[in-house]
Design a protein around this ligand. Sequence first.
Ligand code: CP
Length: 333
Amino acid sequence: MNRNFLTTADLSRSELESVLANAVEIKNAGAGTKPLAGRSVALVFLNPSLRTRASMQVGIYELGGNPVILEPGSTSWTLEHREGAVMDGDKTEHIKEFVRVLERYVSAIGVRTFAELKDWKTERTDPVLNAFARYSNVPVINLESAMHHPCQAMADMMTIREKFGNEKKKILLTWAWHPKPLPMAVPNSFALAAAQFGHDLRVAHPAAYELDPHLLRKVEAFARKAGGSVEFTHNVNEAFYDVDVVYAKSWGSKKFYGAVETEIAFRADMRNSWIVDSEKMNKTNNAVFMHCLPVRRNVIVTDDVIDSPNSVVIDEAENRLHVQKAILTELVK
Ligand code: CP
C-alpha cells in the first residue's frame, strides 16, 4: 500500500479490497492484537470534529498505541504552509519544522485541514495536506482535506457492503440545500470510491454545482475500469427513481467560490426542492439513506427519513473506527 493515505485514488482496487477485508475482520474480532504497541500517532486538527477525532483516538488506543492530539492555533502554534513565506503575520511555525519535529516522536501523522472556501484555484490542489505529505518521512493519513475525505469514503463503502454484499448497486449522490456553502471533500471521495468499487453512480445537483472536472474524469475512468457507470442530472425529482442507496451531502459551487453572500442568494429558492424527504425516498428501490454526519435535520434530510429503519448513518459512523484501524495497521510498520 502507498506510504500515505491521502485519497482512495492512490490505492488500487485490490488494496482497497484488502483494507475493507481487514476492517471487517477487525470489527468481528473485537479487541484483537496490538500492532501499535509502543507507538504514537499524531492527530493534527485544524478544524472541528466529533467522529474523526473520537474514532481515531479510540482506534489508536485499541491497537495498543498512543494518540497525540494537536490543534494548531489552539493547543499548538499557528501553522504556515506556503513555501518561501515571509512569516511576519499571524502564523508562528512552518509545517516544515512542525512535521520534522513531530516525526521524531510519532510513527504516523493524521491531518484534518478543511477548504477555506476562498480561492478555488489554490484550494483544489490541497496545499496544506500536500505540505504535510511533502515534508513528512512518516505516513500521512488524510482526516479530511480541502478535496478528499478517504477514511469517510472507505467507511461508506464498508457500510454499503454490509447492507448489500459484494454486488454492485445503484447509488445516488445527491446535493442538498444548506444555509451556507460547504467543502467538496465528502462528495469527491464518495464518488471516487463508489466508482472504484464498480457501482452505478448517479450524481444529482443543481446547475452550477458541478464537481471538479479533473476529479470527475478520474471518477469516469475508475467506473469504466471497474465495470460500473456514472451519470449526472439536475432533476431532483427524477434522480431518486430505482436507486438502492441515497447519499446526501451539500457542497459549495465553484462558480461562486469565495463569494458566500452571492451564493447564498443564488441557492435561496432551492431549499424546499433539494431536501431528502419520504416522498423522494418512496421513489427508490427501498434505498438505504446515508450521510457522513454531522447533518442538519429537516434541512438536508427530514426526521422521518433519518429516523427510519433504512437510515444507516450511525453504522457509517461506527465503521469509521474499523476502517481506520485497518488503515493504521497497514501503514504503521
Ligand atoms: N464525518 C465526519 O468526518 O465527522 P466529523 O467532522 O465529526 O469528524
